[in-house]
Design a protein around this ligand. Structure first.
Ligand code: NAP
Length: 249
């Protein structure tokens, strides 16, 4: 018996990276997963690999019509929607001085507005399901600041705040809403980064997408007394600084 048997889930940005790992893990635990992404070829191929009831739906998280269609089709195909993972996101570097205004807006649009739109559209469906869980994939950039990543940092803090407001609003409907805050994870998004990114962490390596998926499963299936809060998967990066530690000890 799976821990998510008979639950219908939508995972945005589910065609690759962290979203794909979450889709795989949820499907392995018995959920009927809709992989929702702009990357059609990769999404369809993952859905075919996992087999029915896993399905793919083309979804740009910034498009209200895509959201309505994805939720309606998921409900029609596999029943009431009780799990939503707002995972789709983009990373664009740029100092506050140099980043183009369109780039700032694009990052906020996908990472924050896209998740809000997902929640906004999914609330009636979650209510019809009698409750559920929303997992928002924020970042350690939603817990601290990163230079040259002002837009990304603002979007991920925004998503953390949205999580709390939604948790308060939706508790009466039996919906829990939590955020997950990964540190550096090996995915196409971080393909250009080297090991110096993780060298100061207590666990000095990149995380694996499966390690974030394990936390998403915990939040969805087990964390029944948790809502409006943060779950961190970062190799200890936000625990503090090791800068004053004596290398000889
Ligand atoms: P990824 O490998 O780039 O995968 C993200 C997926 O989302 C891609 O398939 C991407 O398609 C899709 N996507 C982008 N814009 C979209 C949109 N408007 N609508 C629907 N899908 C869209 O990234 P990842 O590393 O797995 O990241 C997943 C989430 O974790 C993101 O929210 C990211 O910010 C967060 N995160 C990642 C890390 C990390 O180190 N990897 C750390 C902390 C947080 P395209 O390729 O076409 O853009």
């Amino acid at each position: 018996m799976g821990r998510l048997d008979s639950r219908a889930a939508i995972v945005t940005g589910g065609a690759r990276g962290i979203g794909a790992a979450i889709a795989r893990r949820f499907a392995a635990e018995g959920a009927a997963v809709t992989i929702a992404d702009v990357l059609r070829e990769e999404g369809e191929s993952l859905a075919a690999e996992l087999g029915p009831p896993t399905r793919f739906h083309t979804l740009d998280v910034t498009n209200p019509h895509d959201w309505s269609a994805a939720i309606a089709e998921a409900e029609r195909a596999v029943g009431p929607l009780s799990l939503l993972v707002n995972n789709a996101g983009i990373l664009e570097f740029g100092s506050i001085e140099m980043q183009a205004p369109e780039s700032f807006r694009r990052v906020l649009d996908v990472n924050l507005y896209g998740a809000w739109l997902g929640l906004h559209t999914a609330v009636p469906a979650l209510r019809r399901a009698g409750g559920g869980v929303v997992v928002n994939i924020s970042s350690t950039a939603g817990l601290m600041g990163y230079a040259e990543l002002g837009a990304y940092t603002a979007s991920k803090w925004g998503l953390r705040g949205l999580t709390k407001a939604a948790a308060l609003e939706l508790a009466r409907d039996g919906v829990r809403v939590c955020s997950i805050h990964p540190g550096p994870i090996s995915t196409p998004m971080t393909a250009g980064m080297d090991d110096s990114v993780t060298s100061g962490q207590p666990i000095p390596r990149f995380g694996r997408p499966e390690e974030v998926a394990a936390m998403a499963l915990f939040v969805a299936a087990d964390a029944t007394y948790s809502t409006g809060c943060e779950f961190v998967v970062d190799g200890g990066a936000t625990a503090g600084s090791m800068i004053l530690a004596d290398p000889a000890t």
